[in-house]
Ligand binder design. Structure first.
Ligand SMILES: *Cc1c(COP(=O)(O)O)cnc(C)c1O
Length: 400
């Protein structure tokens, strides 16, 4: 397969491996028998159960059914656009969006280096090439100042992500896209309900993809959605999601489609979650406020910054462990684990992934610094203030 690259340990890749080892040691070991605070968990306390049972009782369990339509309509309108096309994951949503735009062999797509692997994979699945750009030190999002040097004749699209729920600098991205005749597709998997200058993410650019994996702000267990304001795109997305069936004849295919549908069962959970979206977002924001307040006087811990013109939704509450904290990030994570507190290390940047080793020819110092220093604390919407106080106490006491 063309896109699967072989490991060949050049000096550069050996050196990269050393940098990866600095970012994330072995996962901390949780002692047995202590009560754990998970890094994230969903709360299914609204109509989720009732709606799922309705699916069962009425036999509507496949991708046809009223919950799929309602969930698509409600969530897309919430984002400020007209159409929503559900999928079976956030990764397939992005893949489908790019396929629908005709991205393929010979094309390049610009993404931040600091992101989850799926952003890059969705591009590579199509035979196109992910081109990565370093991120800003304060927002941890793609750095607009570093995009233009990466644009070539092959560039088709810029795919920002809104890291951990903080919107990317959409004014600058739109300006750059317009100047170079590029499209924007948001990977909004981490930022349901986040706003940039009063506008919700998902409404910028040609399309946006969301994930509803169990740890996202609202969930369907597994699932995703593309939102768009473009009726022609919406139509093509629907066709391509469902094998590329033609309208005039069943089982007749003029385009190569996918089998990426969401089930009514998943959408039933999604609709129940959507009804509580404001409460679930507020839970995340309240967590961040309390963490910020309590961590303010802990030297050596850098807390996330929020730009003036945005509403960040704090999908995950990430911190950086600076050198003057006294112990390493891995040691701190183990100390937290000793108290039953689960954490996750930040992303290992895309250019350090062995499957994208061709990206090693350039440097991405901010992404690497984040990878080295960053991890996230328990962030579920249902986290209680006393749990946050306990977590911060453990951090404070771990300092040396
Ligand atoms: C979670 C996530 C995805 C992938 O979503 P899945 O539903 O797990 O496929 C894609 N991009 C980003 C930025 C994510 O955080």
């Amino acid at each position: 397969m063309k896109n699967v690259r072989q490991d060949n340990p050049t000096d550069k890749s050996r050196e990269a491996l050393r940098r990866v080892a600095e970012m994330a040691g072995p996962e901390p070991v949780m002692p047995e028998g202590v009560e754990t605070i998970p890094v994230c968990q969903p709360t299914l306390k609204g109509n989720e159960r009732k709606y799922v049972i309705q699916c069962m009782d009425t036999n509507w369990i496949s991708s046809r059914g009223r919950f799929v339509d309602e969930f698509e309509k409600n969530f897309s309108h919430y984002c400020g656009v007209r159409f929503g096309i559900t999928t079976n994951s956030g990764t397939t949503a992005l893949h489908l969006a790019l396929a629908t735009m005709g991205i393929g062999e010979g094309d390049e797509a610009i993404i931040p280096s600091f992101t989850m692997i799926s952003t890059a994979n969705a591009i590579a699945y199509l035979g196109a090439k992910p081109v990565v750009v370093d991120v800003e030190p304060d927002t941890w999002n793609i750095d607009p100042d570093k995009i233009e040097e990466k644009i070539t004749e092959k560039t088709r699209v810029i795919i920002p992500i809104h890291t951990y729920g903080h919107p990317a600098n959409m004014d600058r991205l739109e300006e750059i896209a317009k100047k170079h005749g590029l499209e924007i597709v948001e990977d909004a998997a981490e930022a349901h309900g986040a706003e940039y200058k009063g506008r919700r993410v998902g409404s910028f650019g040609k399309m946006a993809s969301f994930s509803f994996y169990a740890n996202k702000i609202i969930t369907t267990g597994e699932g995703g959605m593309i939102v768009t304001d473009d009726p022609e795109m919406a139509d093509r997305l629907q066709t391509l999601r469902n094998y590329g069936f033609t309208k005039e004849r069943h089982f007749w295919h003029k385009v190569m489609g996918f089998s990426y549908r969401m089930t009514n069962l998943q959408a039933a959970i999604g609709l129940g979650q959507f009804e509580r979206i404001e409460e679930l977002i507020q839970g995340r924001i309240d967590n961040a406020r309390l963490y910020n307040e309590l961590l303010r006087d802990v030297p050596g811990i850098t807390t996330p910054r929020e730009s003036d013109h945005v509403k960040a939704v704090y999908w995950m509450y990430g911190v950086l462990v600076e050198d003057d904290f006294g112990i390493s990030k891995d040691e701190l994570r183990q100390r937290l684990a000793d108290h039953g507190i689960e954490t996750r290390s930040f992303f290992i940047p895309i250019h350090l992934q062995p499957i994208y080793s061709y990206l090693l020819s350039d440097e991405y110092p901010i992404s690497e610094e984040l990878g080295r220093k960053g991890f996230y604390l328990p962030s579920a919407s249902s986290l209680r203030p006393d749990q946050i106080e306990f977590i911060v106490d453990v951090i404070r006491n771990a300092r040396s």
